[in-house]
Design a protein around this ligand. Structure first.
Ligand SMILES: NC(=O)C1=CN([C@@H]2O[C@H](COP(=O)(O)OP(=O)(O)OC[C@H]3O[C@@H](n4cnc5c(N)ncnc54)[C@H](O)[C@@H]3O)[C@@H](O)[C@H]2O)C=CC1
Ligand SMILES: O=C(CO)COP(=O)(O)O
Length: 331
C-alpha cells in the first residue's frame, strides 16, 4: 500500500516537512536525489547533508525511486525552483493527485512561476502552494509557525490537505490565491539578499527597516501586476516571510547578501555551499519579468547588479539613495 503522502526532495525543507507530516506515526515517503541520503535517513534517522543534528521520525521512509514516491495521493514538491520542471517531467502520470508546491522561485529562461511550471508539466493534477516563514531547522525541531496553504481546488482541496499538514506547532491558513502565495516567497528571497547587504555594510537598523518597507512596496507592485491579491502579499507567505528572511543569518539569502556587503563575490560564496540560495537565481528572472510588466523594482535591480559584480556594494546603495524623490505610494 502506498503512503498517504510523499515528499519529493530531501533538502532541508523537504526533510523538515516530512518530519511535520510524520507525526503520530503517519507513514511519509521521502524521495532523495542523493543515494547516500536514502541509507542515512532509513538506517540512522539523519540527513547529514542538508539538515544535520536532527533526529528524524521513524515513520519517514526514504526512497531513491521517484515512481514509488509518486504513488501517494498527495505529493509535496520540494526541489529547488530551477529543478521543478525536470523533476515533474520525471514523474509518472500524476493526474488527479494533489501536488503541493513548496519551492520559492521563478524559472529562469521561461519566466514561469512554479504553478505555471506544474500546470504545464502535470496538467491533470490539483495544485496547491505552501509558503510562509519557515526556517527548516526550527520547523523540524517542533518550534511553532504558521503558513499560507493556497489551494487551486478551493475549500474542497483544503479539506483534504489541511488535516495532513496541520500539527500542534504548524498552522496552515487557507487561501485560494495561488499566484499571491508564490510571488511572496519568490520575491522575499531577493529582498533578503538586499537586507544582508545593508547589514554587511553596517548601515544600521533604520536602513534595514526602510529597506524592508520599500522592498515590500516592490513586492506589492509586482504582485498586483501579476494578478496577486494585496492581502495575500501582506500575509504569512509575503510580509511574514519577508520579515523572517530579512532579519537572520540563518537565511541563506540574507547571509549571501551580508557576504556581498562585506566585499565577497557571489560566485565565491555560492561555490562554498551545498545548499540553495534561491534569490540568486530568482533576481535576474524577476528583474526581466518586472520589466516586461512595466513594474519598477529598483532594489531588485540593485541586487542583480551586485550578484553580477557590476559595482561595489557601497556604490549600488548610493545609487539607490540618490534616485529622484517621489510619493511613498504608487509606481
Ligand atoms: N530551507 C528552508 O528553510 C526552506 C526552503 N524553502 C524552499 O524549498 C526549496 C528547496 O530548498 P531546500 O530544501 O532548503 O534545499 P537545500 O539547500 O537544503 O538542498 C538542496 C536541494 O537541491 C536538490 N537538488 C540539487 N540538484 C538537483 C537537481 N538537479 N534536481 C533536483 N534536485 C536537486 C538536492 O537534492 C537538495 O534537495 C527551495 O525553493 C527553498 O527556497 C522553503 C521554505 C523553507
Ligand atoms: O524560505 C525560507 C524561510 O521561510 C528560507 O530562507 P532561506 O532560503 O533564505 O534560508
Amino acid at each position: 500500500m502506498s503512503a498517504a503522502v510523499a515528499v519529493v526532495g530531501a533538502g532541508a525543507w523537504g526533510t523538515a516537512l516530512a518530519q511535520v507530516l510524520a507525526r503520530d506515526g503517519r507513514e511519509v515517503v521521502l524521495w532523495a536525489r542523493e543515494a547516500e541520503l536514502v541509507g542515512a535517513i532509513n538506517d540512522d534517522r539523519r540527513n547529514p547533508l542538508f539538515l544535520p543534528g536532527i533526529e528524524l521520525a521513524p515513520s519517514i521512509r526514504a526512497t531513491g525511486d521517484l515512481a514509488e514516491a509518486a504513488t501517494a495521493p498527495v505529493i509535496l514538491l520540494v526541489t529547488p525552483a530551477q529543478h521543478l520542471s525536470a523533476t515533474i517531467a520525471a514523474l509518472p502520470d500524476v493526474a488527479g493527485r494533489d501536488l503541493v508546491l513548496c519551492a520559492k522561485g521563478i524559472e529562469a529562461g521561461t519566466l514561469r512561476l512554479m504553478g505555471e511550471v506544474a500546470r504545464d508539466g502535470a496538467p491533470g493534477a490539483a495544485l496547491a502552494v505552501l509558503s510562509g516563514p519557515t526556517f527548516a531547522a526550527e520547523v523540524a525541531t517542533g518550534l511553532p509557525t504558521a503558513v499560507t496553504l493556497a489551494c487551486s481546488g478551493g475549500e474542497k482541496q483544503w479539506d483534504r490537505l489541511a488535516p495532513l499538514v496541520a500539527g500542534p506547532a504548524f498552522r496552515p491558513y487557507y487561501s485560494d490565491d495561488i499566484v499571491g502565495a508564490e510571488i511572496g516567497g519568490a520575491v522575499k528571497n531577493v529582498l533578503a539578499i538586499a537586507c544582508g547587504v545593508v547589514d554587511g555594510l553596517q548601515l544600521g537598523q533604520n536602513a534595514r527597516a526602510a529597506l524592508i518597507s520599500r522592498g515590500f512596496a516592490e513586492m506589492l507592485r509586482f504582485g498586483l501586476a501579476m494578478g496577486a491579491r494585496a492581502e495575500t502579499l501582506a500575509g504569512l507567505s509575503g510580509l511574514g516571510d519577508l520579515v523572517l528572511t530579512c532579519s537572520s543569518v540563518a537565511s541563506r539569502n540574507y547571509s549571501l547578501g551580508k557576504a556581498l556587503g562585506e566585499g565577497q563575490s557571489a560566485d565565491a560564496v555560492l561555490a562554498a555551499r551545498n545548499s540553495v540560495a534561491e534569490g540568486a537565481h530568482t533576481a535576474p528572472v524577476l528583474a526581466s519579468l518586472a520589466a516586461a510588466k512595466g513594474v519598477a523594482m529598483p532594489i531588485v535591480a540593485a541586487v542583480v547588479t551586485l550578484l553580477d559584480g557590476g559595482a561595489p556594494a557601497r556604490e549600488v546603495v548610493a545609487w539607490l539613495l540618490a534616485r529622484p524623490l517621489r510619493a511613498e505610494q504608487g509606481g
